[in-house]
Design a protein around this ligand. Structure first.
Ligand SMILES: [Zn+2]
Ligand SMILES: [Zn+2]
Length: 382
C-alpha cells in the first residue's frame, strides 16, 4: 500500500503555516484518538496523522519531505512507530511547542474518556525543577529521576502469572455487571468480584502483584534550552505514565523555577545590575570593570554621570527563547550607576574637598529634572 501524502493526511495545502498545521493536527488527532473514535481504523488513522504532523511540524524534515517525498524522511519518521503508543520516533526533547501554553497542557480531558476495557492514555506527570540563574540563561542538560508506572513486561500487563490467563468471572458470567430483580425493577450494578472487568486473575503475576503495572524509576536527561525563566514548562511527549490497553502514554511536564542571583536581576530578556562609583569617577569619567553573564567587561563611565544613570551593554542579556526551543538574539545588560558619597575621609581628602567646595555653587534648588526614583522606574520599565 502506498503512503498518503502528508499534506493530504492533514488536509492542508503545501504552503500551510505552522499554526495551520497544528490546528488541523489537533482536530484530527482528537477525531481519531482511539479513546474517543468509534471508527474501526481509528488507530491507523491516528498513527498516520501523528506521523504526518511529526514530519511537517519539523522544519528540516518538512524540507526533506518537500524535496524527496516519503523517501526523504523514511529514515526518521516512517515506520518508526514501535507499536501503538510509541507516539513517534521523534526525540521527545525536541518539542517545545506548548512550552508557554500555561498549565493548560495538563489533563487533556477530551481525549481521556473512560471506557471500560478500552485503550486509555497514561497519566501526565509533573516534575518541578529548580535551576541556577546562569543555567536558565545559558541552558543545561539536567539528569532527573522520575518514578512512573510502566507496563509489567513479565505478564504483558495482563496481571496474570506467565503461563496462566485470567478466567471468566463466575459471579457475573463475564458480563462485568450484576442484574438483580427487585420488585418491578431490574437493578444493574458493576460486578464487585471482577470490578466490571468480566474476568478474574487466579494466579496473579509475581512481578507486579497482578496490577499489570510496575513503578519504575526512570533516569533521563532533560535538555533545558537557553533563555528559560521562572514558570517555563518543558513538555516531554510520551514520557508520562504508560497507557492501558494500548492507549498512548501521557506526557511529562518539567516546570522550572530559577534561583535568584546575588547581583544580577532579570526583567524578561534584559539583565540589570547596579554599580557603585565614587564622586571623582562620576565627575571626571572613568573606565571600570563590570560583571556580565559572559565574564567581566570594561565599560566607560561618562564625565558628569549621575546616580541612577543607566548604561546599556547591547547583547549581554538573556538569549531570547522562541516557542520551538531555539533562540534568536539576546537582550541587553543595563547597568544602573550609583554615586557613593565618601564617608570616611582622611585629613588630606577633607582639605581637598573643602578647596573644591569653595569653587562649587552652593545654592540649593528644588529639582526640576527627573528624580532618582523616576529614573529607576524608567530603567526597569515599571
Ligand atoms: Zn505482571
Ligand atoms: Zn464479575
Amino acid at each position: 500500500m502506498s503512503k498518503r501524502d502528508y499534506y493530504d493526511v492533514l488536509g492542508v495545502n503545501k504552503g500551510a503555516s505552522k499554526d495551520e498545521l497544528k490546528k488541523s493536527y489537533r482536530k484530527l488527532a482528537r477525531k481519531y484518538h482511539p479513546d474517543v473514535s468509534k471508527e474501526a481504523d481509528a488507530e491507523t488513522q491516528f498513527k498516520e496523522v501523528n506521523e504526518a504532523y511529526e514530519v511537517l511540524s519539523d522544519e528540516q524534515k518538512r524540507a526533506a519531505y518537500d524535496r524527496f517525498g516519503h523517501a526523504g524522511v523514511s529514515g526518521n519518521a516512517g515506520g518508526g512507530f514501535g507499536g501503538f503508543g510509541g507516539f513517534g520516533s521523534r526525540d521527545p526533547f525536541d518539542i517545545f511547542e506548548e512550552v508557554f501554553g500555561g498549565l493548560g497542557g495538563f489533563g487533556r480531558s477530551g481525549g481521556r474518556r473512560r471506557q471500560r476495557g478500552g485503550p486509555r492514555q497514561g497519566a501526565d506527570l509533573r516534575y518541578d525543577m529548580t535551576i541556577e540563574f546562569e543555567e536558565a540563561v545559558f541552558g543545561i542538560d539536567q539528569e532527573v529521576e522520575i518514578p512512573r508506572k510502566e507496563h509489567c513486561t513479565s505478564c504483558n500487563s495482563s496481571g496474570a502469572e506467565a503461563g496462566t490467563s485470567p478466567i471468566r468471572c463466575p459471579e457475573c458470567n463475564g458480563t462485568g455487571e450484576l442484574r438483580r430483580q427487585t420488585g418491578f425493577f431490574i437493578n444493574i450494578a458493576t460486578c464487585s468480584r471482577c470490578q466490571g472487568r468480566g474476568e478474574i486473575i487466579t494466579s496473579p503475576c509475581r512481578e507486579c502483584q497482578g496490577k499489570g503495572v510496575l513503578t519504575k524509576t526512570r533516569r533521563m536527561t532533560v535538555k533545558i534550552p537557553p533563555g528559560v525563566d521562572n514558570g517555563t514548562q518543558i513538555r516531554l511527549t510520551g514520557e508520562g505514565e504508560s497507557g492501558t490497553a494500548g492507549g498512548p502514554p501521557g506526557n511529562l511536564y518539567v516546570v522550572l523555577r530559577v534561583k535568584p542571583h546575588a547581583y544580577f536581576h532579570r526583567s524578561n530578556d534584559d539583565i540589570h545590575v547596579e554599580l557603585a562609583i565614587n564622586v571623582a569617577q562620576a565627575a571626571l569619567g572613568d573606565e571600570v570593570e563590570v560583571p556580565t553573564l559572559d565574564g567581566n567587561e570594561m565599560m566607560k563611565i561618562a564625565a558628569g554621570t549621575q546616580t541612577a544613570d543607566t548604561i546599556r551593554l547591547r547583547g549581554r542579556g538573556v538569549p531570547r527563547l522562541r516557542r520551538d526551543g531555539s533562540t534568536a538574539g539576546r537582550g541587553d545588560q543595563i547597568v544602573t550607576v550609583q554615586v557613593r558619597t565618601p564617608t570616611e575621609l582622611t585629613n588630606d581628602q577633607r582639605d581637598m574637598l573643602m578647596q573644591l567646595g569653595k569653587t562649587l555653587d552652593k545654592e540649593v534648588v528644588p529639582q526640576k529634572e527627573k528624580g532618582f526614583f523616576d529614573k529607576i522606574r524608567d530603567a526597569f520599565g515599571m
